[in-house]
Structure formats: C-alpha cells, structure tokens
Design a protein around this ligand. Structure first.
Ligand SMILES: [Zn+2]
Length: 166
C-alpha cells in the first residue's frame, strides 16, 4: 500500500478574509466557502501562495580582485623586504644599538622605495586599471625590462595603446 497516496489529509492554513485569523483546513477543500471560526463570517478557503525562497546569495569572488591587489601586494611586500633587510644588516652590525630615530629613518626610506617602485610600475598600473587583455605581459616587461628605460617606455606605450579587437 502506498501510504502517501492514501494520506490525503494535507492541511494548510489560510487567513480569513475578514479578520485575518488563520484557518487550518484540508487542502482538498480549497475554494469552498466556510464560516470563519474566529469572526463567524463567511470566507473562502484558499491555499496560500508560499513565499518565494530568497535568491541564493552566492559569495562570488570579485573579478579582478587579484589584479587590483597584485601591485599593492608587490609594493608592500618589497617595502617590507627592504625594511627587514636593513634591520637584519643593522642587527649583525655590532656597533648598532636599537633606537627609534633610526627605525623612523628606515621607515621613511621604505616609503621612498615604495614611491619609486610605484612610479616604476606606472605602465603596469595603467594596464591593469584599463583592464588590458595583455596586462600580465606588460607587467612582466615592466618588471624585468623597465630599468632599461626603453623597456619602461615600451611598456607604457603598450599600456596606453588600444586593445586589438579580433
Ligand atoms: Zn474571520
């Protein structure tokens, strides 16, 4: 015996059209008119529409997140490496004694290095900001040949040039 088919008692609840009180009834009686148990007025039973489940909120990783943070990460990383390198060199220098003035000077140097690097990476920053298709190539050219000035200018021109639409 199929118990599901022999179990028609599927109860639903609808609000009364007059007092809004909940009326529980068998779903098969939908459309029939009954006297409301609350206000005694005649009301029509109906199967209430189920509220739509909210659309699934899928946390999509934002496109371009890596791109936007890549250069910032490179800059901060290089700055920290520079800072750490200076600290280590000083640490092994027996004459050196810790003082905050020196740490401040090193921090300023790190800031200067980051600024110079930021200028050095302008072609890559433009390429990424303009969402260039070939931004990785521009980044590589910029990083490895930017110091030749010619490489930097080529990377800059490349970053400004319009993408060829195929
Ligand atoms: Zn009622």
């Amino acid at each position: 015996m199929n118990t599901q088919q022999n179990d028609p008692a599927k109860f639903v609840t609808c609000p009364c059209q007059h007092c809004n009180g909940g009326i529980e009834f068998e779903a098969t009686h939908a459309g029939e008119s009954v006297d409301c148990p609350h206000c005694k007025l005649e009301t029509i039973l109906f199967v209430p529409r189920l509220p739509k489940p909210p659309p699934k909120l899928v946390a999509k990783p934002k496109k371009g997140w890596l791109k936007r943070n890549l250069l910032v990460s490179i800059l901060i990383g290089l700055g920290l490496i520079f800072f750490a390198a200076v600290l280590i060199v000083h640490y092994f220098n027996s004459d050196w004694q810790f003082d905050f003035g020196l740490v401040l000077v090193m921090a300023l140097w790190a800031g200067l290095v980051i600024s110079v690097l930021a200028v050095y990476l302008i072609p890559s920053i433009i390429a990424i900001a303009r969402n260039k298709v070939n931004w990785p190539a521009i980044l590589v050219l910029n990083l490895f040949l930017g110091w030749t000035i010619v490489g930097w200018v080529v990377a800059l021109v490349w970053s400004i040039a319009v993408d060829n639409k195929i």
